[in-house]
Design a protein around this ligand. Structure first.
Ligand SMILES: C[S@@+](CC[C@H](N)C(=O)[O-])C[C@H]1O[C@@H](n2cnc3c(N)ncnc32)[C@H](O)[C@@H]1O
Length: 437
């Protein structure tokens, strides 16, 4: 196999994907999908499992390679470094026969066009087998390797959550559960639970929210009854709580300012399909995802590709009754679903994100009707993006007041409500609701 060609086996493909994320800072979803398109069907699930698993534990696995290798591999051999992580991940976290893991991982070198690396991979994985007790002990000496997070993020989470930080980091390393949202235009939650039971798919209703179902075991959603017809959608339980806060009524004009891929747009429309919902996103390519979702669910929204903060470019001067800002954020509440965040985010991103969120709030507030509601949400656990962002906004806007929510969607903060990742099995999420006086 020539170098740089898409690999045709799971382990080599995973190494290429992980290298793209770690060295070239590409988002996991896109590169993984492309790599899977070159794989035989039997290899796609293993490739995905390896990519998510390695990226989840990457700071720890990289610390182990630091102990095993005399010197780091060259930058141009990032795929071999990644393959080593793939090998270590299988030995540490997967219940597979070790001899098979080592021989398959060694064989992947040829797929990557680097047969010279066979000896190195073989020797390093075997050294790990011999020395794993000592290695594991050394891992507990450093927070990055112990908790498998970058130090800057550990520091920020610790600073924000002095009592909960370890539980947050642990929850970020868990496998996420699969939640469904029942489309109440087509069926009821109880009717769908009955259908799942008939098909022997174990599931329970969520305790918070009226439309949520938690599957006992994640599975391919296209195999679920009625999925393609729009009976259910995939959406975490925490994100499902937003629609109730928006509190839609008939005949409202609603702005979903950061809408792609359209999870909340669709949930809002499932509650009142005749409402006029404008769904905006700055990323034109992501509008297609909203369209696919509204089509599947047979819902209609007005889609616009624009910077929501650049109001003169898209607003028709008619105010909104509800504005949802599901803001671009650090994603620190959803790391268990997107472990590449550990690689892709930098501490310097947070200032920029806070500034963007502030600009969205500032520029969209005047578009709200008197007595209208602005709902601000993020999937972040960092207070600067959440509670502190809201406190600063309220201090600057005497015509804004916070609406207290019952039932509370999460734990009360000075302003807003914060769910930490893993609480009630859900993602980390922040919610605040403001009324215009
Ligand atoms: C957290 S995601 C939204 C998820 C979505 N609300 C859902 O429930 O499926 C944030 C979105 O904001 C978009 N975005 C970022 N900056 C924006 C801006 N200035 N104007 C509009 N959209 C923006 C991103 O492209 C991204 O799709």
């Amino acid at each position: 196999m020539a170098k740089n060609k898409p690999a045709k086996t799971a382990r080599a493909a995973a190494a290429q994907v992980i290298n793209q994320v770690c060295q070239h800072h590409r988002a996991l979803n896109g590169v993984l999908r492309l790599a899977q398109s070159h794989l035989p069907d039997k290899d796609t699930a293993l490739c995905q499992h390896l990519c998510y698993g390695v990226l989840r534990w990457q700071p720890q696995l990289t610390a182990i390679t630091g102990q095993l290798l005399n010197k780091p591999l060259k930058t141009k051999d990032g795929d071999i470094s990644a393959l080593l992580l793939v090998g270590l991940y299988q030995l540490r976290e997967m219940r597979l026969p070790e001899h098979a893991v080592i021989s398959e991982t060694v064989n992947a070198c040829a797929q990557l066009g680097k047969p010279w690396a066979k000896g190195l991979i073989n020797a390093t994985l075997r050294q790990y087998q011999r020395e794993k007790e000592n290695i594991s002990e050394a891992l507990s000496q450093h927070e990055t390797s112990l908790y498998a997070h970058p130090q800057w993020l550990i520091d920020q989470i610790k600073h924000n959550w002095p009592n909960e930080w370890q539980a947050i980091l642990q929850a970020n390393n868990e496998h996420p559960p699969l939640f469904l949202r029942v489309n109440r235009q087509r069926t009821s939650r109880q009717a769908y639970l009955d259908l799942l039971q008939q098909q022997q798919i174990a599931a329970t209703p969520t305790t918070l929210g009226n439309d949520g179902i938690l599957l006992a075991t994640p599975q391919d959603v296209f195999q679920l009854p009625g999925f393609s017809d729009g009976d259910v959608s995939v959406q975490d339980g925490a994100a499902q709580l937003v629609a109730a806060i928006v509190d839609v009524k008939p005949n409202q004009r609603i702005l979903d300012a950061c809408a792609a891929p359209g999870g909340k747009t669709c949930h809002l429309l499932e509650q009142e399909p005749a409402n006029h919902v404008t769904a905006l996103d700055i990323d034109a390519s992501r509008l297609t995802q909203i369209e696919q979702n509204t089509d599947r669910l047979q819902l209609k929204a007005t889609l616009i590709a624009a910077d929501a903060a650049d109001v003169s470019q898209w607003w028709d001067n008619t105010p909104f009754d509800r504005i949802l800002i599901d803001a671009p954020c650090s994603g620190t509440g959803v790391i268990r679903r997107h472990p590449d965040i550990k690689q892709l985010r930098r501490d310097t991103d947070i200032d920029q994100l806070v500034a963007t969120q502030q600009q969205l709030l500032e520029n969209l507030w005047p578009l709200l009707n008197t007595d209208g509601l602005l709902i601000y949400t993020t999937c972040s656990v960092l207070k600067r993006e959440n509670e502190q962002q809201m406190m600063a906004f309220l201090a600057q806007h005497p015509d804004a007041e916070e609406v207290l929510l019952t039932p509370e969607p999460a734990t009360r903060q000075t302003v807003g409500y914060q769910r930490l990742p893993g609480q009630q099995n859900m993602d980390g999420f922040f919610y605040a609701c403001l009324r215009r006086r």
